[in-house]
Write a protein that binds this ligand. Structure first.
Ligand SMILES: NC(=O)c1ccc[n+]([C@@H]2O[C@H](COP(=O)([O-])OP(=O)(O)OC[C@H]3O[C@@H](n4cnc5c(N)ncnc54)[C@H](O)[C@@H]3O)[C@@H](O)[C@H]2O)c1
Length: 440
């Protein structure tokens, strides 16, 4: 559904009026396109005090393809290496590095602070590194003009190359609707990618709930990145499903994900195994708890959580998910913040977060597979078009970018999780919500 307010603030009289009234000032976000795939300008590489990871980071930043500079009049991105900040006094170096340059960041710019995990043995280091979280979340709220800020934690002793796929994503238009996030990497080495323009070439991906909305967009972005795609949706959505499949050169699998033989049918549709499994299918059956019949509760938990747990277990146990595979589940900010009328939905989506955090490390150790979740905020789809006008407007504006996201914003995040280079991204829940105030 068109965001008329965003169009209004894009006109001179609309901007004048809304500024006078003190209303939000969203700016159109620039997404990835083949013609303009990268940020438009140099990347400023700064260090707060003494880096704990040394000069290797410079090579990784150079690999993003952006021109890296130590001084830039109008940077499109700023990376601050704060890995060595280990005391409250050391935080002054963070201020000293960013204070003089933050104003010069180009519109739609990216700030990435690189930190270290807070130590359980050194509470001064832990305090300083945790401080970076509050700092970055505040910076995301201050940045304005479509700019974003994130904190990326590198484990002690890990080669900075583990961060390459994540930095490529964060320092690009693909992460347009991601802000105020903290990502904690493991030390797992990235798998080589032959063609950076087709990182999923030769890989097979299956996306559930792919007939429309976010799922169709995920399937489309994974196909763009070179994957052979299988799109799955309920038999009742077969027409849309076949249309999506035809558009992408994908295979359609009409199947209710809650069917007892769902995992077996998925395995049969992917004879060479799956490299990417995206659990996207989801439903809402909203009612306040006092008015909610048991079936409404059960339907939502069954589709959104139980079928995800069941099919994941079976597809891992049968070896259908290949080594180096990527499992991505779909949570929601409702699972983090809670929502009036959504006890069933929020419970199911919080359950996804529990699944990802628990299974991620074990799946990596036992199967060489990562497990992550995307947690969308307000995304412009049929689901949110059905929301009453005032609640919809509030959902759109109550975030640092003052607008709703698009399905492609979620899809780009899933594609980053899915990359062979993202082996170090595991057990993470990334919110794609424009830094929503809900559950912040
Ligand atoms: N749109 C948002 O703002 C938003 C926000 C947070 C989370 N999400 C989550 O993102 C996912 C996609 O949402 P959307 O907005 O694209 O929704 P949507 O309703 O447009 O699409 C969901 C798809 O899942 C399919 N599906 C439902 N039950 C199924 C089943 N049993 N088996 C197979 N397929 C099934 C539907 O037929 C539909 O095509 C969902 O998990 C949703 O909870 C969406």
């Amino acid at each position: 559904m068109a965001d008329r307010y965003l169009h209004l603030t894009g006109t001179a009289p609309g901007r004048f009026l809304t500024r006078r009234l003190g209303l939000p000032q969203p700016v159109p976000l620039r997404r990835w396109s083949r013609e303009a795939p990268g940020l438009d300008g140099p990347l400023l590489h700064l260090t707060a005090g003494e880096s704990a990871i040394g000069g290797e980071l410079a090579k990784v930043l150079a690999a993003t393809g952006l021109p890296v500079e130590l001084r830039a009049a109008r940077p499109a991105g700023i990376v601050l290496d704060a890995t060595g900040v280990a005391s409250a006094r050391g935080l002054a170096q963070v201020h000293a590095a960013l204070h003089p340059v933050v104003r010069s960041l180009a519109p739609g710019g990216r700030i990435v602070v690189i930190g270290a995990p807070p130590s359980s043995e050194d509470h001064h280091q832990a305090a300083a590194q945790q401080a970076l979280e509050g700092f970055v979340r505040s910076l995301g709220k201050e940045a304005g003009r479509g700019s974003t800020a994130q904190l990326l934690r590198l484990p002690a002793g890990a080669a900075p190359t583990v961060a390459e796929s994540t930095l490529r994503f964060l320092l690009s238009p693909r992460s347009a609707y991601v802000s105020g996030q903290v990502i904690e990497l493991t030390a797992a080495a990235p798998e080589p990618v032959a063609d950076p323009d087709a990182p999923l070439a030769g890989r097979t991906a299956l996306v559930t709930g792919a007939a429309r909305g976010i799922g169709a967009s995920v399937a489309s972005v994974l196909a763009r990145d070179g994957a052979r795609v299988v799109v799955l949706d309920v038999p009742g959505a077969q027409n849309d499903l076949v249309r999506t499949a035809d558009r992408l050169g994908a295979t359609a699998l009409p199947l209710d994900i809650t069917a007892p033989d769902a995992a077996a049918r998925i395995a049969a549709a992917a004879p060479d195994g799956l490299d990417v499994l995206v659990h996207n299918a989801g439903i809402t059956r909203d009612r306040r708890l006092a008015n909610m019949p048991a079936e409404r509760w059960a339907q939502v938990v069954e589709v959104n959580l139980d079928s995800v747990l069941r099919t994941t277990d079976e597809l891992l146990a049968s070896g259908t998910v290949n080594r180096g595979g990527r499992i991505v589940a779909t949570a929601s900010i409702a699972g983090i913040a809670g929502n009036d009328g959504q006890t069933n939905y929020a419970a199911s989506k919080a359950g996804i977060i529990g699944l990802v955090r628990s299974l991620g490390p074990r799946a990596a150790a036992e199967h060489g597979v990562t497990v992550n979740a995307v947690a969308p905020g307000f995304i412009e789809t049929k689901m949110t078009a059905a929301v009453p006008f005032l609640i919809r407007e509030a959902g759109r504006r109550m975030n640092s970018l003052s607008q709703g996201g698009l399905p492609v914003d979620v899809a780009e995040t899933v594609a980053w999780f899915a990359q062979p280079g993202s082996a170090a991204v595991n057990g993470q829940v990334l919110r794609v919500c424009g830094q929503s105030l809900l559950g912040a």
